[in-house]
Ligand binder design. Structure first.
Ligand SMILES: Cc1ncc(C[n+]2csc(CCOP(=O)(O)OP(=O)(O)O)c2C)c(N)n1
Ligand SMILES: [Mg+2]
Length: 552
């Protein structure tokens, strides 16, 4: 609809959604945007009502990450909008093209402190790639479209802020076509790796960035990642960093290995020039699309005599042997071996987290999508999650908020209903997010949630163990039956205490997804704890005042 037409601003907004290919909008109903909501069905848009606005923005994030299209959500001005904050920050660091619509208090009462009023632009100013403010209803279509274009172009959340009286009136508007700069998935990476005979490491929490079954795949770097990947990259003389910002959290020493090859030449390619050389010193920085850059690199390398060809066979043998060694080590590593873990496990009849994660890995159906939360067991899961195609792993990225995984997998499932969908969630994080079971039951979104019931905020308890002589505060949980809670919400719930029950329960849960049924698989596990997130995060306590001496 490129010509100028008479319409209402709500129509201009909804027509822009349609032009941008929007089919789902997550949110909680509110008077502020009801005039636009009213016509969603006529534009082919399904409004997905949620339990909490944080759920809506996380679902939009999951939807975007699974589909590669925009995730969209909307909320009531004031409290509905402030409920978005954590989810926007999470989407920012997950580089998700989310457009969140924030109706604002009316333009004629702004500043008078009426109902549901707060300045909505400053709150989001540091966690958005773009903020569009509709300063005149006549600009609704123009500014809305720009939010969609910028979210995709800059890979991150864009805010569309609209004073609520600007939904009404008569305007003349043109609905523009989406503006897209082509960015491809880095699939060409395997061709480059094959030509070079180079090992391929996944960057932290991107285990779906390269097929795990490929013989050159070394596994993920970073926290609870693959020792094979770390040992191999440590020997590199050149690292080609393809479409990764080399985030600081994802390159920290792990398993006692300080693996980053400081002497190596680093070639970094990223579409965002601001991340080139930001975290790690580089030898060459290339601003560009990872796929296009890899393709042109491949063209230039073909037909040349490659220095690395001389020892290719030896290198391939080394890669295969490191992969094998890590697999063998992982299979034998059924439980943690530090004194705290040995003690708590011996007093428990429940499953060891590691052997449970291994059983889950083996039972996951082909083509599964898995989201993971922030917590000790979720992090250890990094060693046991392998994928063969992109858009399969949706970890809480560097914002690191507990309560991310469940709503995110709900959004991913709405985007890709044909794929089996699983969320891994610790019991503490589950307490933050289980309200969205309401949404699953009501909207018939069928996902499976694996809740790790270790009756503790484990990742933080690990700090009490390592640094505070086990002086526990606020880390022990008293859980209800989470399976029972799920059933009370109208979902399925199963409690699992034995390894042998994992595969059949997981398969049944996956089948139930096709009937739009969500299942909570409550895993009863010991209180063992894997390595801490990071060894540099805390220091041993030092106290100077007499009354605190026993706390040193
Ligand atoms: C919203 C939020 N609050 C607090 C934290 C701090 N935090 C990090 S990990 C963690 C413990 C997670 O416990 P749980 O979900 O039970 O998983 P577990 O570590 O026991 O496997 C906490 C509280 C956080 N990351 N996010
Ligand atoms: Mg826990």
């Amino acid at each position: 609809m490129a010509e100028l037409q008479k319409m209402g601003p709500s129509e201009a907004l909804v027509e822009t959604f349609a032009a941008q290919g929007v089919t789902h909008v997550f949110g909680i109903v509110g008077s502020a945007f009801m005039d636009a909501l009213d016509i969603f069905p006529a534009a082919g848009i399904r409004f997905v009502p949620v339990a909490h606005e944080q759920g809506a923005i996380h679902m939009a994030d999951g939807y975007a990450r699974a589909s590669g299209r925009h995730g969209v959500c909307i909320a009531q001005n004031g409290p509905g909008v402030t409920n978005f904050v954590t989810g926007v920050a999470a989407a920012y660091w997950a580089h998700s093209p989310v457009v969140f619509i924030t109706p604002e208090t009316g333009s004629m009462t702004m500043g008078l402190g009426g109902f549901q009023e707060t300045e909505q632009l400053p709150i989001f100013s540091k966690i958005t790639k773009y903020q569009g403010h509709v300063n005149n209803p006549k600009r609704m279509a123009e500014i809305a479209a720009r939010c969609f274009d910028r979210a995709m172009l800059e890979r991150g959340p864009a805010q569309l802020n609209i004073p609520r009286d600007f939904f009404y009136g008569e305007i003349e508007a043109t609905i523009g076509a989406p503006l897209r700069i082509g960015l491809g998935a880095g699939a060409t990476a395997s061709a480059v790796a094959d030509l070079l005979g180079a090992a391929v490491c996944n960057s932290y929490l991107h285990n779906d960035s390269f097929p795990a079954t490929h013989p050159l795949a070394a596994g993920p770097l970073g926290y609870q990642g693959s020792k094979a990947a770390m040992k191999l990259i440590a020997q590199a003389d050149v690292v080609l960093a393809l479409g990764t910002r080399l985030g600081p959290f994802g390159t920290l020493p792990q398993h006692g290995l300080d693996y980053w090859p400081r002497q190596a030449k680093i070639i970094q390619i990223d579409s965002d020039p601001r991340v080139l050389g930001l975290v790690k010193p580089i030898s060459v920085g290339i601003q560009g699309d990872a796929r296009a850059a890899a393709a042109s690199l491949l063209e230039r390398l073909k037909g040349r005599t490659l220095a690395g060809a001389a020892n290719r066979a030896e290198r391939l043998a080394r890669i295969a042997s490191e992969r094998g060694a890590w697999e063998t080590e992982l299979s034998a590593w059924t439980h943690e071996r530090d004194p705290y873990s040995l003690e708590v496990a011996s007093a428990s009849k429940y499953m060891h987290p590691r052997e449970m994660l291994r059983a889950l890995e083996q039972a996951l159906p082909a083509d599964s999508m898995v989201s993971t939360d922030i917590g000790n067991i979720c992090s250890v899961a990094n060693s046991y999650l392998r994928f063969d195609r992109p858009r399969s792993m949706f970890a809480a990225m560097s914002f690191g908020n507990c309560g991310y995984a469940f709503p995110v997998i709900c959004g991913a499932k709405v985007a890709s209903p044909e794929r089996p969908a699983f969320a891994y969630v610790g019991d503490g994080a589950w307490g933050i997010s289980f309200n969205e079971l309401l949404t699953c039951a009501r909207e018939r979104i069928g996902v499976s949630v694996v809740v790790f019931n270790n009756a503790q905020w484990g990742a933080e308890k690990k700090n009490h163990v390592d640094f505070y002589s086990r002086r526990y505060q606020g880390v022990n949980l008293e859980n209800p039956s989470w399976a029972g809670v799920a059933r009370a919400f109208g979902c399925e719930g199963v409690t699992i205490e034995r390894l042998a029950d994992i595969a059949p329960a997981l398969r049944a849960a996956a089948r139930a997804q096709s009937d739009g049924k969500t299942t909570v698989l409550e895993m009863m596990v010991t209180q063992e704890l894997g390595d801490p997130f990071r060894r540099d995060a805390l220091s041993k306590p030092v106290r100077y005042l007499a009354k605190y001496q026993q706390y040193a």
